[in-house]
Ligand binder design. Sequence first.
Ligand SMILES: [Zn+2]
Length: 83
Amino acid sequence: MSIATTEVPAFILNAKHRCDSCSSSRAYVATVLSSSPALPNGGELLFCAHCFRKHAEALLPLLSAIVDETAQLVEHVRDDKHL
Ligand SMILES: [Zn+2]
């Protein structure tokens, strides 16, 4: 008989990753910019949840990949409620 387990997401961002926009907050969203004439090699930017929401409309058309780990915020809130 097997035991049912809940899959725990493997987060890649931690407290060392800071937002590239405000630089004061922890990053929860990692983005990869598509290459363009202005940015031939593309690039990577990290955002806190607040800054990503603020810039999302302009950013989304420029991105080739996005890692959204804002679910960690929900986990932290959930953990706090148990304290
Ligand atoms: Zn920020």
